[in-house]
Design a protein. Structure first.
Length: 253
């Protein structure tokens, strides 16, 4: 109807609705803020168990010597450091992240550890990956998919750049199965975590967003359906720690 303003599309930023075009910038501000304390943040959110989850994630990934792997949202380098010995000198790990500050932290950290050869670092948006079709044997994304604005678009682009038979592996916070554990987890996330963020990083708001973003992320079955819709086959889900996190794996057929 003439004269009426067009309603602006919105999406969630934690528990807030924000204009669709603003989410990427807002998420970027969060991760620029927490880049230097990101490992501390993960330790506070998971009681340190995230390190075990990541090791298990790589151990069951099926990645092999000589593979070319894209680690998305991998800025701090945790997954890349675990993948590099697996792919060996014949393989390559490309670390992609939308946030330059996170990439800088990870690149410096791994360089200090002598991990340079066979690693590439590039700033990129998961919704528009700068690679040709059929480029990678595997894609990993750990604790990053929930921050992507258009997850369906990102999953479709990941499927595009995988080689036939290649696999996508997603490690992400998910829906806790036990009602009692869920209540305890909510109390930790929304009452304790922001206070810890203020105490240790002087940034309660970013930590509150990160907790909220977990609750807005699709649960196990919903994400499985999204991967199937994006063209992945043989999609499997593995819950860790009673569903606090889950591993989703799907193949490009």
């Amino acid at each position: 109807m003439a004269g009426m303003a067009t309603q602006e599309k919105t999406t969630h930023f934690g528990f807030r609705d924000v204009p669709l075009a603003d989410k990427q910038k807002l998420v970027g501000q969060v991760f620029t803020s927490v880049a230097r304390s990101y490992d501390l943040m993960n330790d506070l959110m998971s009681f340190g168990v995230h390190r075990l989850w990541k090791r298990h994630f790589v151990a069951v990934s099926g990645v092999r010597k000589g593979d070319r792997v894209l680690d998305l949202a991998g800025g701090t380098g945790d997954i890349a450091a675990l993948l590099k010995p697996v792919v060996g000198d014949e393989g390559e790990v490309v670390v992609g992240d939308i946030n330059a500050a996170m990439l800088g932290v990870g690149r410096d950290r791994l360089t200090d550890r002598g991990l340079v050869a066979g690693l590439r670092w590039a700033q990129m948006n998961a919704e528009a990956l700068p690679f040709p079709d059929n480029s990678f044997d595997a894609i990993t994304i750990a604790f990053g998919l929930r921050n992507v604005t258009d997850k369906d678009k990102a999953l479709a682009d990941m499927q595009r750049i995988l080689k036939p038979g290649g696999r996508l592996l997603v490690l992400e916070f998910s829906k806790v199965r036990s009602p009692l554990l869920s209540k305890l987890y909510d109390m930790h996330s929304f009452q304790i975590l922001p206070r810890l963020g203020r105490l240790f990083a002087n940034d309660a708001d970013s930590y509150r967003y990160l907790a909220e973003s977990i609750r807005k992320h699709p649960d196990q079955e919903t994400l499985k359906g999204m991967m199937i819709h994006a063209g992945f086959g043989h999609v499997e889900v593995r819950n860790l720690t009673d569903g606090i996190v889950a591993i989703h794996r799907g193949y490009k057929l």
